[in-house]
Design a protein around this ligand. Structure first.
Ligand code: URA
Length: 205
């Protein structure tokens, strides 16, 4: 059964593909040599994504942190560990069933928030990933991912629990794991969200 979106959205992505469709090597080459914004000067590594490129679930975070910048992989620090724990608790195998990436592919210095121009310059890489992966479901972690994908400024607490749509793909919003590390009382709500992810995935075969 297909997952039906309950709220339409206009994702507002650029129309021009950044690299040929489906060519992961070309995407990696384009991002690794990207000089579109000032983050190219301070990054140690670009962080493109990890997981199964055939996964039905695409998880999108905000931006690489220090560990991710060092290792060139998304969600490998403390927030990543919490994300892995939540996926495992929800019975979702992160290596086989998930592809994980971020809205922006380079670390903002000092883990500051991504700037609007940095998000804009990176959007067609993210769009390429969504188009190529063709996931059945996207989970947006936190406000930057949700606001970028939904072109909305609505608070996460109001965006949760609804099936939105981004670029033709059903999308759920949940708290960013870094926020949950700072606000553990919200973990119970995040657990509800991951249970919804699991049941939507189960119904999308
Ligand atoms: N936070 C994110 O949003 N992405 C990462 O890859 C790591 C931490």
């Amino acid at each position: 059964m297909a997952i039906e979106p309950s709220a339409p959205a206009s994702p507002g992505f650029p129309d021009t593909p950044c690299v040929p469709a489906g060519d992961w090597q070309a995407l990696h080459q384009a991002v690794a040599t990207c000089q579109r914004c000032a983050l190219a000067k301070t990054r140690r590594n670009v962080v493109i994504g990890r997981g199964n490129p055939k996964a039905r679930l695409l998880i999108i975070g905000e931006a690489p942190g220090e560990q991710e910048d060092l290792q060139g992989q998304p969600f490998v620090g403390k927030a990543g560990q919490l994300l892995e724990n939540m996926l495992a608790a929800a019975g979702i195998n992160s290596e086989q069933e998930v592809y994980i990436c971020n809205v922006i592919k380079c670390r903002p210095p000092g883990n500051r928030n991504p700037a609007a121009d940095e998000i804009a310059h990176c959007q067609d890489y993210l769009r390429w990933q969504i188009d190529t992966l063709q996931p059945h479901l996207i989970v947006a972690l936190g406000r930057f991912a949700a606001h970028t994908l939904l072109q909305s400024q609505v608070a996460i607490s109001s965006l949760r629990r609804q099936v939105h749509q981004a670029h033709g793909v059903p999308l759920l919003v949940t708290f960013h794991p870094a926020y949950l590390l700072r606000s553990p009382a919200e973990k119970a709500k995040a657990w509800q969200d991951w249970c919804q992810v699991r049941s939507l995935l189960a119904s999308s075969n």
